[in-house]
Write a protein that binds this ligand. Structure first.
Ligand SMILES: O=C(O)c1cc(C(=O)O)c2c(n1)C(=O)C(=O)c1cc(C(=O)O)[nH]c1-2
Ligand SMILES: [Ca+2]
Length: 785
């Protein structure tokens, strides 16, 4: 007997996987059970298809005996589902156009299928229908109304004969968010639902406009008539209940983040950070539930929304379940938007709980940063406890399988005059340091969550900090790829690993399963992408994520007979740069350009590549000014997916290039220290006295190695000492426990911050972490003089 009722909508059409979440219920569940917990251990590769380097965090589809998928820049392909043979391919043309939309993204995560057609949205906003037999265009239309920065990375869906399309951009632009439905047969626009108020009002949605306007008491305009704020982009999640005739829209954060700038008279600012239900035919508003009223920290409701029927308190409820960025797991009634329950699924500091009666969060006052000095430790940070990587729900177990992250950030009011400690969001009226290394951060898990009792059934610690999407199947299995390249099948009841396959490349996209001629297949696309492959690269830096690693479509079956050739990635060696002279101030100026002009989005935090684009520390292009200019400013590599950045001045380019050259110098030492740190994170049996005395230490800061001398005294388990560096002396104090010494002190340069050390002694060397407040945490090593 299944743990929960099985919805007809969820198990319909079992042989195919025709939509992102398989059906409109977005459960990422298939009832197929030929492969089960008893035989999965003999699962073998049936076929593979080689992909070019680049972006591939995508989920494929299967319909009419073909596997359809998108990778890179809207490169769509159809393969024979049994043999993996290429049937047709189509290029969305985004590389040739190379618009600014590409500066924020490489490509989309998925496509849609309906009635003999494949649907895609290109990163730069074209919505296209292709004949599924030939790959020829059936219709093509353009989604954006004006030139505001937008990009479309999320998968379109076809629900009730409408192609549902959203876009992103609320982190960079005040554009008004909306979702558009196009008739799947003709491409004609059926409706457009706006998610923040504005001048243009669709007649059918006068009511929605009224609901929204009440919550923006001062309006959305500046006195000069220009748009003060907006946002509310629906960049990822939609689901569909065919019986209720409702499409659910997952709506994102506001622009700017700072509510005092966006909406100075306050208000909840609907439909930011909300789940909104609309009629599938007309787009008419039915109900909404807002996660973060008066959102001001990139709080979004854009994680997938899983529909199921659950027995709660003896009653069958039609629910919608979402684990959004904000760290709670929500269960709401999808017929009317009524709040049912929410509990924490990750480390959360922004709110204490969600009030049962009102469904509103009980916030921690520190989170409203306006006018407050200092920075607030916000868990989860804007990366979220759960991003777009799909969760799965199995009615067999009644559990939801969520790829969860623990990642904190620092948030505070906008600095007067801007600049300072590496903030990346001053333009949003807020100081936000998303990639700060806080204890307990950069972790990821697969959590099996019971939505009825709102409690964890089991969890598995995953490698790295960017967990793969999840699929559940009827044979009692959950499937997930990992950043270390392992593709794993687990027992859905216990989490026990039952089978795994080592691939050459990290995996982020969710797997699918389908059946042809009575045989069940499981398909996954390897390769990385999204935030974890770019901006959030540090948590994965101990793993191989290089964008040149072989990426593939891999398909498995019980009688598979395919193999893949072994691969060795050439050693990572920075280019020779004999003329390089260090210059800290210039490197820091370049770091600001790198961090604030989108480079970081694809090329990684501190220029540590995460697999979305080349790791520039190892690129020969950074040692030649003319080559660098041709590529960055003029689009010399636009056909590889590097868009031009005409806005850079020649001086900017040279400053940026200088920063990258500094990073190249630091790379080998940093990589070694990083691997040593990963080793040191394991248990240590160092004794307190092992730490005493003088150490010559090296801190691997992003702008190059910094040397200092550390003198430590140890009495019992108490540590005191002095760290002497070029910038001055810091008195430190702390203790040794479980083989690790943790101590800290206050530094006044370049601003008052607490410096913390967390180190151990291994093979006569000091190894560990050095945390520098908002500047970040860096590996530290020490040797005896
Ligand atoms: O506010 C927005 O419009 C918007 C758009 C997108 C996007 O388009 O992918 C992301 C986000 N926000 C965002 O906050 C976020 O964490 C994020 C992660 C990713 C990704 O692809 O991994 N996209 C986005
Ligand atoms: Ca956002």
């Amino acid at each position: 007997r299944p743990a929960q009722p099985i919805d007809e909508q969820t198990v319909a059409n079992p042989d195919e996987w025709p939509s992102w979440g398989r059906t409109g219920t977005e459960t990422h569940y298939s009832p197929l059970d030929e492969i089960d917990a008893g035989n999965v251990d003999v699962l073998k590769l049936a076929w593979h298809f080689d992909l070019e380097p680049g972006y591939s965090p995508s989920t494929p589809l299967m319909a009419e005996g073909k596997v359809f998928f998108t990778t890179g820049h809207s490169h769509i392909r159809a393969l024979d589902a049994v043999t993996g043979k290429l049937l047709w391919e189509y290029d969305g043309g985004t590389r040739e156009r190379a618009t600014s939309a590409l500066q924020m993204s490489w490509g989309s995560k998925g496509i849609a299928y309906d009635a003999g057609h494949v649907f895609l949205v290109t990163t730069d906003g074209y919505v296209v229908s292709l004949d599924a037999k030939t790959g020829k265009e059936a219709w093509k239309t353009y989604d954006y109304p004006d030139a505001s920065p937008r990009n479309s990375n999320g998968p379109p869906r076809v629900f009730g004969g409408k192609v549902i399309v959203g876009f992103g951009g609320a982190d960079i632009s005040p554009a008004r968010g909306f979702v558009t439905a196009y008739d799947a047969r003709t491409g004609q626009r059926a409706w457009r639902f706006y998610t923040t108020p504005g001048d243009e009002v669709e007649p059918v949605n006068r009511k929605a406009e009224e609901v929204m306007r009440k919550t923006w008491p001062g309006g959305w305009k500046k006195p000069d008539g220009s748009r003060r704020g907006g946002g509310g982009t629906a960049w990822n999640a939609f689901s569909y209940d065919a019986e209720l005739h409702l499409v659910y829209l997952g709506v994102g954060n506001g622009f700017p983040y700072n509510q005092q700038l966006r909406s100075p008279d306050g208000g909840d600012n609907l439909f930011l950070s909300s789940i909104v239900a609309v009629d599938v035919d007309t787009g008419a508003y039915k109900w909404h539930y807002q996660l973060c009223p008066a959102e001001q920290w990139d709080c979004t409701a854009t994680a997938d929304m899983t529909l199921a029927t659950l027995e709660i308190d003896g009653k069958e409820r039609k629910v919608l379940m979402q684990a959004p960025k904000n760290g709670f797991f929500y269960v709401i009634d999808r017929s009317n938007g009524q709040f049912i329950s929410a509990e924490k699924i990750a480390k959360v500091s922004w709110a204490e709980r969600i009030d049962r009666k009102t469904g509103r969060p009980v916030e921690n006052p520190g989170i409203r940063y306006n006018g407050k000095p200092g920075m607030f430790e916000m868990w989860p940070g804007p990366t979220g406890a759960h991003s777009w990587m799909p969760q799965a729900y199995s009615p067999q177990t009644g559990l939801v399988y969520v790829p969860v992250m623990d990642m904190g950030a620092l948030i505070g009011d906008a600095p007067k005059g801007g600049g300072g400690g590496g903030e990346i969001a001053a333009g949003m009226g807020v100081t936000l340091i998303p990639e700060v290394e806080l204890p307990g951060g950069h972790r990821s898990y697969l959590k099996a969550w019971n939505p009825v009792t709102q409690s964890e059934a089991w969890r598995v610690d995953l490698p790295g900090s960017w967990p793969g999407g999840v699929m559940a199947s009827g044979g009692g299995l959950v499937w997930q790829g990992q950043i270390d390249g392992k593709f794993v099948a687990r027992d859905a009841r216990t989490g026990k690993e039952l089978w795994s396959f080592k691939t050459e490349s990290p995996i982020v996209g969710a797997p699918i399963t389908y059946r042809v001629n009575g045989r069940q297949y499981v398909t996954v696309i390897t390769g990385s992408g999204g935030q974890g492959a770019g901006m959030q690269s540090l948590g994965n830096a101990a793993y191989r994520t290089d964008y040149r690693l072989p990426r593939r479509v891999l398909t498995f079956a019980l009688d598979g007979k395919d193999t893949i050739p072994p691969f060795t990635l050439p050693a990572l060696v920075p280019p020779e740069d004999p003329g390089f002279q260090p210059d800290l101030a210039r490197a820091q100026a370049g770091a600001m350009l790198f961090g604030t002009r989108s480079c970081i989005v694809c090329h990684g935090w501190n220029a540590v590549g995460g697999g979305a684009a080349p790791d520039l520390r190892y690129s020969p292009t950074i040692t030649d000014a003319a080559t660098f200019r041709t590529i960055v400013k003029e689009g010399g590599l636009k056909l590889n997916g590097m868009p031009p950045f005409p806005q850079f001045t020649d001086e900017d380019l040279e400053t940026l290039r200088f920063y990258l050259r500094s990073r190249a110098q630091a790379a080998p030492g940093e990589q070694k220290a990083l691997l040593e740190k990963a080793k040191a994170a394991r248990v240590s049996n160092a004794k307190p006295q092992d730490f005493a005395g003088r150490w010559n230490i090296t801190i691997q800061s992003p702008v190059g190695p910094q040397k200092a001398v550390m003198d430590l005294k140890v009495v019992g388990s108490v540590v005191t000492g002095i760290v002497t560096a070029e910038q001055g002396k810091v008195d430190v104090a702390g203790a040794v426990k479980d083989g690790r010494a943790k101590f800290e002190g206050k530094a006044s340069m370049p601003m008052p911050i607490t410096i913390k050390y967390d180190v151990t002694v291994r093979d006569g060397q000091l190894v560990g972490d050095n945390a520098n407040g908002p500047f970040g945490t860096f590996p530290v090593t020490g040797v005896r003089p």
